[in-house]
Design a protein around this ligand. Structure first.
Ligand code: ATP
Ligand code: MG
Length: 234
């Protein structure tokens, strides 16, 4: 097995004026390539802060983060953006789609940043939308789609660059049970195809879909256990 995420004594301190708050207080963990891990914990425990660091959206205040063997802890914003585009697909609770763009235009965005040619972008965006069951909705704007369909567009956007890792922060937080099942089914498929999945959730049923649960309280890992599903999905 190869480690894709190696976190060593990660700390994150937020400063507002003279007030400091330590949101992550020394996180140590390793995630292997191809694992499906859910990060669980109460509101305010540091899940999104950790996701932002793991997703190269923010630097830790202290500690080391190696992503696929590369130390990204102290990279500049420009360097982080490049690593992000190359290695990671994101899915957020609020979908984060551009309202004025059609589904396929939203999905092609990461390919524009990656410098892929226009014709290939359209082909790959449409193929990604077909993969999430939205082949008949490529020209619709987000406002013309249901919440579940919008999140599937976001999943298509996350997978269009074929990233090694998908990071999802409460991807089912705004969805009804049917759409939740659809999106979790897609994540299962992506995991089955060899992707590493890191899913943040406060719902225990959602966490149970992963092979391993990391529980965070007050910026620290308090439990790190395989789930009942671990053997079945390994
Ligand atoms: N930019 C910031 N400045 C100051 N404090 C922050 C900032 N962002 C987060 N925090 C604090 O850090 C702690 C962890 O926040 P974080 O967003 O990581 O929690 P979370 O586990 O994702 O919570 P939720 O389940 O509600 O999304 C919280 O106490 C929060 O108030
Ligand atoms: Mg959060």
């Amino acid at each position: 097995m190869t480690a894709i995420i190696e976190l060593e004594q990660i700390r994150k301190t937020y400063r507002s004026g003279s007030i400091e708050f330590e949101a992550l207080c020394g996180i140590d963990t390793t995630i292997q390539s191809g694992e499906y891990v859910a990060v669980v914990g109460p509101s305010g425990s540091g899940k999104s802060t950790l996701m932002n660091i793991v997703g190269c959206l923010d630097n830790p205040t202290e500690g080391h983060y190696r992503l696929a063997g590369e130390d990204v802890s102290m990279m500049t914003e420009v360097e982080l953006a490049e690593v992000r585009n190359r290695r990671i697909g994101f899915v957020f609770q609020q979908f984060n789609l551009l309202a004025s763009h059609s589904a396929w235009r939203n999905v092609e965005l990461p390919l524009i940043y990656a410098g892929v040619h226009r014709t290939e972008r359209r082909e790959r965006a449409v193929a990604a939308l077909e993969r999430v069951g939205l082949g008949d909705r490529v020209d619709n704007r987000p406002g013309e789609l249901s919440g579940g369909q919008q999140q599937r567009v976001a999943v298509a956007r996350a997978l269009v660059t074929e990233p090694a890792m998908i990071l999802a922060d409460e991807p089912t937080g705004n969805l009804d049970s049917k759409s939740t099942a659809d999106v979790l089914g897609l994540l299962d498929e992506l995991h089955g195809a060899g992707r590493t999945i890191v899913l943040i959730t406060h719902e225990l049923e959602v966490a149970a879909r992963a092979g391993r649960n990391l529980v965070i309280h007050d910026g620290q890992i308090v439990s790190d256990q395989p789930t009942a599903r671990a053997g079945a999905i390994a």
